[in-house]
Design a protein around this ligand. Structure first.
Ligand code: NAD
Ligand code: 0WE
Length: 256
């Protein structure tokens, strides 16, 4: 019996085969879950449809999380096919490229609002629309965060502030829906070379720093995050909620 046998999962954030969300989708499928995937726009749809087909995903739906209408449509469509949702995965982030370099002092009002909207607020919006379908049996909500929410990382800038807000959202949502048997957790992943990370100057140096300094002297892989996600999505973690769980070779424990 798979860990997620009989469970239905909706996963936001597959862009390509390197996405953390894709590793999670594969791991969930292997453990018996039935899946729905969403994609941000038409350019990404071209990559997501073949991936979805390759593992037998039941539903693939468009969703730009800046649109309340898109979000409502997703859960309306899912509600037509499924009697409930057990797992919701939020694996999304965005800031304008020019906000992810140079001085944090230059963070613009519009850039701040956009990063917050897509990377932090969207978790609340997705959880609210999923809630009627999730409260039937209880469930697990997962978000992806980064240690730059807690400590200053050069160039991560406004995304660091957005990840702090995302982690606070995890705690407040956990309190709001705990009574309905719904758990909310975040995984704080070490740096991994995905589409979002390859848009970043100096990624190689960041990865080299982890290899030199992390307790385990190694970088993580997408599958490492997916394995932690399996635990948090399954009944193995049935009393675990509101937390930020590191998958980072131990990097976060280091002082100097
Ligand atoms: P990725 O580029 O594969 O995934 C990011 C996703 O966000 C993409 O699928 C993109 O389409 C989606 N997205 C952006 N704007 C959107 C919008 N308006 N509506 C809907 N979707 C939108 O990169 P990834 O590294 O797999 O990122 C997934 C999550 O993991 C993010 O929250 C990221 O911050 C987090 N994370 C990544 C790393 C890393 O080093 N890669 C480390 C820690 C945390
Ligand atoms: O969360 C992330 C990625 C966040 C991200 C990346 C991009 C690049 C392309 C959000 N928005 C965009 N917008 C773009 O146009 N990570 C944890 C990976 C990451 O991003 C960094 C990092 C690391 C690591 C940005 C600066 C410094 C280090």
């Amino acid at each position: 019996m798979g860990l997620l046998e009989g469970k239905k999962a909706v996963i936001f954030g597959v862009a390509n085969e390197k996405s953390i969300a894709w590793a999670i989708a594969q791991a969930f499928k292997e453990e018996g879950a039935e899946l729905a995937l969403t994609y941000a726009n038409d350019a990404i749809a071209k990559r997501v449809f073949p991936l979805a087909e390759s593992i037998g995903v039941s539903q693939v739906l468009p969703c730009d999380v800046t649109s309340d209408e898109d979000i409502q449509k997703v859960f309306f469509e899912i509600g037509k096919k499924w009697d409930g949702i057990d797992i919701l995965v939020h694996s999304l982030a965005f800031a304008n490229r020019d906000e992810l370099k140079g001085s944090f002092l230059n963070t613009s009002r519009a850039g701040f609002a956009l990063a917050m909207d897509i990377s932090a607020y969207s978790l609340i919006a997705l959880a609210r629309e999923a809630y009627p379908l999730m409260k039937v049996k209880g469930g697990s909500v997962l978000a992806m965060t980064y240690y730059a929410a807690e400590k200053v990382f050069p160039n991560y800038n406004v995304m660091g502030v957005a990840k702090s807000a995302l982690e606070a959202n995890v705690r407040y949502l956990a309190e709001a829906v705990g009574v309905d048997g719904i758990r909310v957790n975040a995984i704080s992943a070490g740096p991994v070379k995905t589409l979002a990370a390859s848009g970043v100057g100096g990624f190689h140096q960041i990865a080299a720093h982890i290899e030199a300094r992390a307790p385990m002297r190694s970088n993580i892989e997408q599958r490492d995050v997916a394995n932690a996600a399996l635990f948090l999505a399954s009944d193995l973690s049935r009393r675990v909620t509101g937390g930020v769980h590191f998958v980072d070779s131990g990097y976060n424990i280091m002082g100097m």
